[in-house]
Ligand binder design. Structure first.
Ligand code: AMP
Length: 584
C-alpha cells in the first residue's frame, strides 16, 4: 500500500466525529491492505512501532525531528523553530515547509517514487534501533530520507508519529470491531484472542492471513490482559455476590506484576503490559530462586519494604525504583518483595480455565517461599465476621484491605467482573497525636540489626485492670544508636516468659517486665484482631492497633509505665481521628 493511501485514511479518521464512520473507514483501509503490511498499518494507527511490552521507543524529540526536516528541505533550523513556536505542532511545520516549492538538491514531490507503507515503517524501526555513538545523526538522516520523499500531508503524519503526537484516538476496541468486520471473524473470538495476546498488529496479520483464532495461545513472554476487580464496602454484600464462600486475600499496596518465566529467564510486566523487569532485577532474581518450573506465568504484587525491619511500606516508596540508572543501588536502598496470588500457566499447561482454588494449590506447589518471595496471605471464609476480622488484620498490618475472590472462578483476562471484589475502606483516618507506650517484648533483628532487637512489642496501660495491652509492633524510626540503647536499656527487664501483667496475642522473641516507655506515632489507629488493647470495645474479637507505627526518637524515661497512654485514651484517639477520603 502506498503511504499516501494510509495518510488519506488517517486524515479522514481524524476528521470524523462518529465512531461508526471511523469503523467504516478502518474496514475499507484494512480490506485494501496486504496481509504482510496490515500489522504495520495497525501499529502506525496506534502511534507505536511495537506492542508496549517490547519497549521499542523512537527516541525522537521535536528538535531532532526539525533537524531532519531541515536536512530534507534546506529550510534553516532557526526558521523551522520559529514556525514551531507559532504552531506548537511539528506536523504542521513539516507540512508547511514541504509544500514550499523550494527543495534544494531534491526532486520536487511527484517526480520520485512515492513512499510505501512498509518502507516508512521499516525506516522508522531503524530509527528506533539506532543506538550508541552517532545514533542521533543516523536518526536524522534516516528521517530526512523519508521527509525528502514525502508529500506535505505525509510529512505531517510522519512528524507527528515520530514525536509521539499522532493522537488519532482510535481505541483497541474500535480496531477489533473493524478487523472483525473486514475479515469476517467473530468479534468475541477476536476479543478473546486479544486478551490472551494483546498485540493487535500481530492478530490483524493472523486474521488477514486467514488463520484460525483458536491457534492464539497463552505464551510465556507475552503478557495477557490482567483480570480486574470490582469494589464493595461490606463483607456480607461481598459474600453474597460470591455465592457465600470467598477466598479472601490480603490486598497488598504495591505494584501489580505479571511474571513470565521462560528457560530460566524472568520478565516482569506491569498492569499496563509494559516490561518493568529492569526496575526490579532483585525481584526477578528472587523469582528464579523461588520457583521450580521451567516455564510459568505468575501474578503478584511487588511491595516496598523497610530495609531495616522488613515492614511493608506504602506504594509510593516504589517510585524510587523507577529509574534508568543506578538501578542496583536503588534496589539495595529501597528493597522490594513479591507476594504471589495467582498462576496462569505452568510448563505448557494453560491454567486460566481452572478454578481459582486449584490454581492456588498449584501455586503453592511450585513456589518455595524465601525472604523475598511469598505467597499472598489468604483464607477461605463463609462468614461476614470472619471476613471482617481478616480485613481489620490486613489493614492494621499496612494492607489496603482484602481482595475477595470466588473459589470456583476461572481467570477472566481483561475483565472487571464480580469474581474478584476489592474490600477497601471509603475513609482512612489520621492519627492526630503521639502516644507513650510501654515496651513489653522484642523481636530479634536481622541483617544490620542482627544481634540487637529489630522491633518491639508496645502496649498501653489500663488502670482499671492494672494490665498492659498491646497496640503495635514497632521497628521504624530507630537509629542504629537507638537500637543499641534500647538493647542495653532493656536487658535488666528481661523475663523468661510473658510478664503476668501483659496481655498479648502476639508471641515476642523476648519478654520484658513493663518498664521502658517510648513515644510512638503512626499513620492511624485501626481495628485489629492481632492486638489486645480495647479488645471488643468497638467490635467483638478485635482490638485497637497503630498502623505504620514509628518511634519518634523520644524516650519517656520521666514516665513510669503506669503513666503511659491508657487504653481509654487510645479509644478516645481512635474515635477522634480525622477522617480522610480514600481515593481509588
Ligand atoms: P485497584 O488498583 O484498587 O483497582 O485494586 C486492584 C489491584 O490490587 C490489582 O491490580 C493488584 O495490583 C492489587 N492487589 C494487591 N493484592 C492483590 C491480590 N491479593 N489479588 C489481586 N490483586 C491484588
Amino acid at each position: 500500500m502506498l503511504f499516501g493511501d494510509l495518510v488519506k485514511a488517517l486524515a479522514a479518521i481524524e476528521a470524523t466525529t462518529q465512531r461508526t464512520v471511523m469503523v467504516k473507514l478502518l474496514v475499507s483501509l484494512f480490506k485494501k491492505a496486504r496481509p504482510e503490511e496490515i500489522d504495520k498499518i495497525i501499529y502506525f494507527i496506534l502511534g507505536d512501532l511495537r506492542p508496549p511490552w517490547e519497549g521499542v521507543e523512537l527516541g525522537v524529540a521535536e528538535k531532532l525531528c526539525l533537524r531532519a526536516v531541515s536536512k530534507a528541505t534546506g529550510v534553516s533550523i532557526a526558521e523551522l523553530e520559529s514556525l514551531y513556536k507559532k504552531s506548537g505542532d511539528v506536523g504542521e511545520v513539516a507540512r508547511r515547509v514541504l509544500s514550499l516549492s523550494r527543495r534544494p538538491g531534491l526532486l520536487a514531490f511527484g517526480q520520485q517514487r512515492p513512499l510505501e507503507v512498509s518502507e516508512v515503517y521499516d525506516t522508522l524501526l531503524k530509527v528506533a534501533q539506532a543506538s550508541g555513538e552517532g545514533a542521533q545523526d543516523l536518526k536524522v538522516s534516516l528521517l530526512s530520507s523519508l521527509f525528502a520523499r514525502a508529500s506535505p500531508e505525509e510529512g505531517k503524519y510522519i512528524a507527528r508519529f515520530v514525536v509521539g503526537k499522532l493522537r488519532l484516538g482510535v481505541a483497541d476496541m474500535t480496531l477489533i470491531d473493524a478487523l472483525s468486520e473486514a475479515f469476517g471473524v467473530d468479534k468475541e473470538a477476536l476479543e478473546r484472542a486479544y486478551h490472551i495476546y494483546p498485540d493487535l498488529g500481530r492478530l490483524a496479520r493472523h486474521v488477514a492471513e486467514g488463520r484460525r483464532l483458536e491457534e492464539v495461545k497463552i505464551t510465556p513472554g507475552v503478557p495477557v490482559l490482567p483480570m480486574l476487580a470490582q469494589r464493595l464496602s461490606s463483607a456480607s454484600e461481598i459474600l453474597s455476590k460470591l455465592g457465600g464462600v470467598a477466598i479472601c486475600e490480603y490486598k497488598y499496596d504495591g505494584e501489580r506484576a505479571q511474571i513470565h518465566i521462560r528457560e530460566g529467564s524472568v520478565k516482569i510486566f506491569s498492569r499496563r503490559l509494559e516490561d518493568i523487569t529492569h526496575a526490579y532485577p532483585d525481584v526477578a532474581k528472587a523469582v528464579r530462586e523461588a520457583v521450580s518450573v521451567r516455564e510459568a506465568i505468575l501474578e503478584g504484587e511487588i511491595v516496598a519494604v523497610d530495609p531495616d525491619t522488613g515492614d511493608m511500606l506504602p506504594f509510593q516508596e516504589l517510585m524510587h525504583r523507577k529509574r534508568k540508572h543506578e538501578v542496583a543501588a536503588a534496589a539495595e536502598m529501597y528493597p522490594a518483595v513479591l507476594h504471589l496470588f495467582d498462576v496462569l500457566y505452568i510448563d505448557g499447561e494453560d491454567l486460566t480455565g481452572e478454578p481459582l482454588i486449584y490454581r492456588r494449590v498449584r501455586l503453592s506447589e511450585i513456589v518455595k517461599e524465601t525472604d523475598k518471595v511469598f505467597i499472598a496471605k489468604w483464607r477461605l471464609f463463609d462468614g461476614a465476621d470472619e471476613v471482617d476480622n481478616f480485613f481489620h488484620e490486613a489493614v492494621s498490618l499496612g494492607m489496603e484491605g482484602l481482595v475477595c475472590k470466588s473459589p470456583t472462578s476461572v481467570y477472566e483476562m481483561g475483565a472487571r467482573g464480580w469474581n474478584w471484589i476489592k474490600y477497601k475502606r471509603d475513609y482512612r483516618s489520621e492519627m492526630i497525636d503521639t502516644v507513650d507506650l510501654v515496651v513489653v517484648g522484642a523481636f530479634y533483628g536481622r541483617g544490620k540489626r542482627a544481634g540487637l532487637y529489630g522491633a518491639f512489642l508496645a502496649a498501653a496501660y489500663d488502670p482499671s485492670t492494672d494490665m498492659f495491652y498491646t497496640v503495635c509492633k514497632v521497628g521504624s524510626g530507630f537509629t542504629d544508636a537507638d537500637l543499641k540503647k534500647m538493647y542495653e536499656m532493656l536487658q535488666p527487664y528481661k523475663t523468661p516468659h510473658r510478664h503476668p501483667r501483659v496481655v498479648s496475642k502476639m508471641e515476642a522473641d523476648v519478654w520484658f517486665v513493663p518498664q521502658v516507655v517510648i513515644e510512638v506515632i503512626g499513620a492511624e489507629i485501626t481495628l485489629s484482631p492481632l492486638h489486645t488493647c480495647c479488645l471488643g470495645a468497638v467490635k467483638p474479637g478485635v482490638g485497637l492497633a497503630i498502623r505504620f507505627p514509628r518511634f519518634t526518637g523520644r524516650y519517656r524515661l520521666d514516665k513510669s509505665p503506669e503513666q503511659a497512654t491508657t487504653a481509654a485514651e487510645m479509644l478516645e484517639l481512635y474515635k477522634r481521628q480525622k477522617k480522610v477520603a480514600q481515593l481509588e
